[in-house]
Write a protein that binds this ligand. Sequence first.
Ligand code: SAH
Length: 253
Amino acid sequence: MPQSDLAKVDFRSPRLYVDAPLHEGAEIALDRDQANYLGNVLRLAAGGTVLVFNGRDGEWRAAIGGRKRPDQLSIAGRTRAQAALPDLTYAFAPLKHARLDYMVQKAVEMGAARLQPVLTRFTQVSRVNGERMRANAIEAAEQCGILALTAVDEPQPLERWLSQRAAGRLLVFCDEDAPVADPVAALAGAPKGSGIDVLVGPEGGFSEDERSLLRRQTGTLILSLGPRILRADTAAVAALALVEAVLGDWRRS
Ligand code: SAH
């Protein structure tokens, strides 16, 4: 999204995700949760306006209809064209509830197009609530004006995910045991792949078997995130910031 478009993003207006086609004149009935979110959370009433997006058709201004409580939207004009996210997957060992909620929201804000929970030897949780993750991804998009929806994949064991990855992708392996080395130079020197996967491990770190498996993958770049051990959700933000700044869409004006 070129800088000029950023200037046009109306960050003040509230935004709502709707899973419905968006075009001039469309009428969308609100379900109870959406009516509650508009009325009680965003404190909007019938007669007001809200920005809506569905992840496919761009962003549209909508008039809120209803008697007292908002109960429907009338789609007026389009305010922004649909923007695509860079082909960036954030792969991570899932954490427990609040930390996972935070990690999902931060990965979406950082521009991840896809979230891939991977189950590793020391992963703390066995079950991952995909619906909760998808709700967090939508909430982050609503709050940050992101129009593309981050996909949330089903959890996979690390080995299986590695075996099914498309060829030619760059794997940025954040290895807590890697010697400290300039991460910007490491990323700048990475082979230009057909997409980027960033991998962060669990609070227990990676096992030695996993480490050697990861180092054997073609297209793996081992990334040090400095001389201190970061908590996994901190590592998510640090790693994605570096990748977006050196290889992603933070570079373009
Ligand atoms: N408990 C482990 C550290 C795990 S931190 C230990 O004490 O060694 C969780 C994850 O964040 C790691 O698996 C790694 O992916 C990432 N991470 C944390 N600090 C890092 C660093 N300094 N360099 C690279 N990756 C790091």
